[in-house]
Write a protein that binds this ligand. Structure first.
Ligand code: FAD
Ligand code: NAP
Length: 510
């Protein structure tokens, strides 16, 4: 529901989809693009039918608005009249109607909780849901529940702090063993100090306005075997602090990660290099007083204001090259995030991104994704099936596996592109294959020139069964897939038909 361009990207009638292989084309409705929607929202037209008034909506009232031409949906307590948006919804009207006259928060979160509906639908805001009658005795309102959970749930992390003359150390006891420097994200801006720890599917937040000023740089240490995180802050003045600070929103909360909003910080564009005719390597610099490492296989969301509306799209960070050896990054050097991004001339977001000048800012979210590094442990054969920019999650997986998995015998990448000119980092891949005998790469082109002597066509059972040879009958295997959604879905089905088990396949999706 609501602004789903990337999930089914390229759209069925996208310029990216050369109509070969009998795949169908569905024409885009004229005048119903995201840009058209934004124009409509800026036109001053009354999109709610309430002439700008905001109202309190009861559940009974919400239920009444369940038709296409009168459709209200509640997301996180706010009610929107989405009827004017119906024809602009990239996921289709039926998808939007699934939540008609009801609370669509769960549906929304399942599909794309990252979409900034607040900005996209601000002109459709009808009002808030009316507060429910007082809760029965003994129950607490939501804001207190999370805090109580954090204190009472024995599995919940907790925090403490102590100080010396010059330092303040915040200690987070995660009660989890499998944590590392990726597990905690720290942002200190003005007087807000925020440390979010992600353990399994939960997020634990320490969020305070510090009582005293601190210096820009701090260090983050992890004691893995006891699950302890230490954030060491340097005081600006050597005075004794009476308290750490004042609690801010959701301080000391321990809630499912899916229920947390995405937190963004502004990063500066420091360089932009051509990689192919349409793909560029962007380097963004994190702001000072930030600790953020994107785990292998995860993506972030980039956010830019486009004609006054904040637009968000997912991107997967890569390393600066295939040869930057994987090492545990140590602050303060770990401040750059690299992205390989294809610019679509008719796209909505990427042309704007491409317009940014060195020194301009773009907001970057906390990481998301369901790839778990332990999937690579004790692995013997790693197969990577990538199409186009679906190569991006493979970069860190490849680097990590070759550097950190001693059991690894071979890594094979099958890389699907239209033409030779579209192949990202081709010479690096070939050099890596030459340098490291465990690595092999095979390029498959769907629109090759007559000179191309390599493989051609699309992902197919024949290509896969020839390519996916285990190094022994019992070898531990992982197959990673990423590309346009239909590519990934077809690939998954073929792999199941070839008798690979669910545990042996990982597909990268939003
Ligand atoms: P869009 O506006 O989405 O348009 C792209 C093209 O499709 C254009 O040619 C446009 O004309 C056409 N089009 C759009 N909508 C339709 C439609 N409804 N019907 C027909 N045609 C249509 N991309 C990268 O380059 N690098 C990455 O690292 C990366 N990581 C990603 C990670 C994840 C988890 C996901 C889900 C996607 C990732 N992507 C990545 C893709 C990225 O999020 C965007 O989808 C992509 O950059 C296109 O955005 P855009 O707004 O510029 O183009
Ligand atoms: P592209 O150049 O359009 O396509 C790459 C190759 O895949 C081409 O050979 C193309 O063939 C082929 N292909 C496309 N659709 C196919 C299908 N249905 N079946 C079989 N082969 C197919 O790719 P792109 O523009 O770089 O797009 C990359 C995609 O990967 C985007 O959709 C992006 O959202 C996604 N992505 C996802 C993630 C993630 O983590 N989930 C990360 C990065 C990128 P033809 O075009 O010749 O038909």
């Amino acid at each position: 529901m609501l602004n789903v361009p990337s999930q089914s990207f390229p759209g069925p009638s996208s310029q990216q989809r050369v109509a070969s292989g009998g795949r169908s084309k569905v024409p885009l409705k004229q005048g119903r693009s995201l840009m058209d929607w934004i124009r409509l929202t800026k036109s001053g037209k009354d999109l709610t039918g309430l002439k700008g008034r905001l109202i309190e909506v009861t559940e009974e009232e919400l239920k009444k608005h369940n038709k296409k031409d009168d459709c209200w949906i509640c997301i996180r307590g706010f009610v929107y009249n989405v009827s004017p948006y119906m024809e602009y919804h990239p996921g289709g009207e039926d998808e939007l109607m699934r939540a008609a006259g009801s609370d669509g928060t769960d549906l929304f979160d399942q599909v794309h909780r990252w979409v900034n509906y607040e900005s996209m639908l601000k002109e459709c805001l009808v009002g808030r849901m009316a507060m429910k009658p007082a809760l029965p005795k003994g129950m607490l309102p939501q804001s207190q529940v999370t805090d109580t959970l954090a204190k009472e749930d024995p599995s919940s992390p907790s925090y403490d702090w102590f100080q010396t003359d010059s330092l303040v150390t915040i200690v987070i006891y995660t009660k989890q063993k499998d944590i590392n420097l990726d597990s905690v994200i720290v942002d200190h801006r003005d007087d807000s100090f925020r440390a979010e720890t992600v353990t399994k599917d939960y997020s634990y937040l320490v969020h305070v306005a510090l009582s005293h000023e601190i210096q820009e740089d701090f260090s983050v240490l992890v004691v893995e075997n006891v699950g302890k995180i230490e954030i060491v802050l340097k005081k600006k003045e050597n005075t004794s602090w009476k308290c750490l600070g004042h609690p801010q929103e959701n301080h000391n909360s321990f809630i499912p990660k899916k229920d947390t909003g995405l937190f963004y910080r502004k990063c500066q564009l420091v360089s932009k290099e051509d990689v192919t005719h349409d793909t560029k390597l962007f380097c963004l610099m994190l702001p000072p007083s930030t600790h953020l490492q994107v785990p292998v296989g995860q993506h972030v969301y980039l956010k830019l204001p486009i004609t006054g509306t904040e637009i968000v799209k997912p991107y997967t960070p890569v390393s600066d090259s295939l040869f930057s050896e994987f090492k545990e990054p140590v602050l303060p050097n770990n401040i750059y995030i690299y992205f390989l991004i294809k610019i679509y001339p008719a796209g909505f977001f990427t042309p704007e991104l491409d317009q940014l000048q060195i020194g301009d800012y773009v907001s970057v979210s906390n990481p998301e994704g369901n790839f778990i590094i332990s999937q690579l442990q004790e692995l013997e054969d790693l197969f990577l099936l990538a199409a186009g920019t679906g190569f991006t999650p493979m970069v860190k997986v490849l680097n990590y596996a070759l550097t950190n998995i001693p059991s690894l015998r071979k890594v094979k990448l099958m890389f699907f592109n239209k033409t030779e000119d579209d192949i990202i980092w081709r010479s690096q891949l070939e050099k890596l294959a030459f340098k490291d005998k465990r690595f092999e790469v095979e390029f498959v082109l769907s629109v090759p020139t007559s000179e191309w002597s390599g493989k051609q066509g699309y992902i197919s059972p024949a290509l896969l069964s020839e390519f996916l040879k285990r190094s022994s009958d019992t070898s531990k295997v992982l197959i990673c897939l990423c590309g346009p959604t239909p590519f990934t879905e077809q690939g998954m089905k073929m792999l199941h038909d070839l008798n690979f088990s669910k545990d042996e396949i990982h597909s990268f999706t939003a």
